[in-house]
Design a protein around this ligand. Structure first.
Ligand SMILES: *Cc1c(COP(=O)(O)O)cnc(C)c1O
Length: 463
């Protein structure tokens, strides 16, 4: 046996030193012992492979520093804050919508205190956790009732499982979409135990296609908003109002998966119009589902609104219990929706709408400060510039629409890709990493999606 192994100290010996006791005071006995054991294990491997003692075991003071550092790291949450300079405002990989101030406060209160979640304070008896939001959505989009679940994918699953398990669902071929993250409408149908009846063609579907396929096994008609792709050219689809009439003639419900769910007409901000749930309901759709953390700008949630009788059936399905939201999300969602009661201030209160509607003058100011700061640090190796850029909403909303934006671009003087990669790495190593996008061999730091410009500028002191 290699004599080096015998030089490794015992756990007890290390812990009984004053520095060992300090570590135990700080982190507790069991965490220190676990960490130490794993270090000893690594050291044995090191000896086996390198025939020498690792440095941290030849010098005890280094060992204590390493232990303390490693234990400290374990306290750090791995889901780190980042600065989003991708130019995609609702970036799924970066956590989609940010919560407004009121939503954050409501969520904090729900975390720290007991809340009357399923308790009616006036009547002094049990109530339902979706009630507050149901009442708000009645005001905001004219829905009779609402049902809230974990996300919109869950909403679609619950809708299909409740109304169409073992039966047929008619949907246009052009609407059999895949959203990122393996959400495919045909797969969800299968999970819910429905039989998919696809009608029409990829580019054109007409009312007769639906009508001819209605049988005694049909459970419902379904529309899906093609949020993340567009078909152009020789196309046709059936409007909700028309389809609703057909559904009513046959006594079938019509449901619509809206995806983004903008609660107000975005064209008032110069953004492309998205269909709203209130328009869908007014057109006669029975149930509409949409996400909480896309254009609505709130917590991750799936929101289903529509007829009271149908919502009651959703609420009674066992899957609803599986997919329901917790108090923190419900509090955040309620506060987000309350901001919509004050529509004129939404571009201040709702971070998503604030970012999407910032004007270029505001962005120019931040761009200049950012350029200046980066120039101090990087101008020796990189060419820096403010350029017009194209931002986007993200999360599959209006994929072809570009929002005018500004970016600071960085290009290595050497033109070497390796140097660009080095820059990206160092921006990722900041205590709050900066994430940009690469285009035309440059790094683009797009200002449209930056939530906190002040913190962004401060973090660059670390470079
Ligand atoms: C985004 C989207 C979904 C999935 O919503 P999540 O809230 O991400 O689960 C479903 N359908 C459509 C049309 C979408 O755009």
């Amino acid at each position: 046996m290699n004599p080096l192994y015998r030089l490794l100290p015992s756990v007890d010996k290390i812990l009984s030193t004053p520095q060992g006791e300090l570590l135990i005071d700080r982190f507790g006995h069991s965490a220190v012992v676990n960490q130490l054991r794993s270090l000893l294990q690594q050291a044995r491997l090191h000896i086996q492979q390198q025939q020498q003692l690792p440095r941290y075991f030849s010098d005890f003071s280094v060992l204590y520093k390493k232990l303390s550092h490693d234990l400290q790291l374990q306290r750090q949450v791995a889901i780190k804050k980042v600065h989003n300079l991708t130019g995609t405002v609702l970036h799924t990989n970066l956590g989609r919508a940010l919560w407004g101030e009121a939503a954050q406060q409501a969520a904090l209160a729900a975390m720290r205190e007991n809340v009357a979640l399923e308790f009616d304070l006036q009547q002094g008896k049990r109530s339902h956790r979706d009630n507050f939001i149901s009442e708000l959505l009645a005001q905001l989009c004219g829905a009779q009732a609402a049902c809230i679940v974990n996300n919109n994918a869950a909403a679609v699953l619950l809708l299909l499982a409740t109304f169409a398990s073992g039966k047929e669902v008619i949907i246009s071929r052009g609407e059999l979409i895949e959203i990122g993250g393996a959400f495919r409408i045909p797969d969800i149908m299968q999970q819910a135990g429905c039989k998919l009846v696809e009608v029409g063609t990829t580019n054109r579907t007409c009312l007769a296609d639906y009508r001819h396929n209605i049988t005694e096994n049909t459970a419902l008609l379904m529309k899906v908003h093609c949020s993340n792709y567009q078909i152009c050219g020789f196309t046709a689809s059936v409007a909700e109002a028309e389809l609703a009439q057909l559904a009513r003639q046959h006594g079938l419900p019509l449901i619509s998966d809206l995806g983004s769910g903008a609660l107000l007409d975005l064209s008032r901000y110069g953004l492309p119009a998205e269909p709203t749930p209130q328009k869908m309901l007014a057109d006669g759709v029975d149930l509409v589902s949409f996400s909480g953390d896309k254009l609505l700008g709130g917590p991750q949630a799936g929101i289903i609104v529509g007829s009271k009788a149908l919502i009651d059936r959703l609420q009674q399905h066992p899957l609803k219990r599986v997919l329901r939201c917790d108090k923190v999300i419900l509090a955040g969602l309620e506060a987000t929706l309350r901001d919509y009661l004050f529509a004129d201030t939404l571009t201040t209160t709702n971070p998503t709408l604030r970012l999407l509607t910032q004007n270029l003058d505001e962005l120019q100011q931040v761009a200049e400060l950012l350029l200046q700061k980066l120039q101090e640090k990087l101008s020796a190796d990189y060419q820096l510039q403010i350029e017009s850029s194209s931002a986007q909403i993200g999360s599959g909303s209006q994929p072809l629409h570009r929002i005018p934006s500004l970016a600071v671009t960085l290009q290595p003087h050497s033109g070497k890709n390796e140097e660009l990669m080095q820059l990206i790495r160092s921006l990722k190593q900041l205590s709050q990493p900066i994430i940009g996008r690469i285009e035309q061999q440059k790094l683009w730091l797009d200002l449209r999606s930056v939530a906190n410009p002040q913190q962004l500028l401060t973090i660059l002191d670390e470079l």
